[in-house]
Design a protein around this ligand. Structure first.
Ligand code: ZN
Length: 83
């Protein structure tokens, strides 16, 4: 049976490294990799296409507006933008 160490002992033995993964919803009219609408409240399965569904042979196209918005929010938050 494994014994648990105390919180204080854990702090002495380990150097915690924490990271955050943050998700935001961009105000685009279409999805990230296809032209399907992002309107909230639409009927189920009405805003999907072969790309959304990941069907074989479908090729995603990046939403330029989403890239622009992501870069803008990154710059506004004083982040570095990978080139
Ligand atoms: Zn789609």
């Amino acid at each position: 049976m494994t014994e648990l160490m105390s919180y204080d002992e854990a702090l002495e033995r380990f150097d915690p490294a924490l990271g955050l993964e943050v998700h935001v919803e961009l105000n685009t009219a279409s999805k990230m990799f296809c032209g399907c609408s992002t309107v909230f409240g639409a009927a189920p399965n009405t805003q999907v296409c072969e790309v959304c569904l990941g069907l074989p042979g479908s090729l995603p196209v990046v939403n330029a507006k989403a890239i622009e918005s992501a870069i803008r929010i990154g710059l506004a938050l004083n982040c570095s933008i990978a080139g």
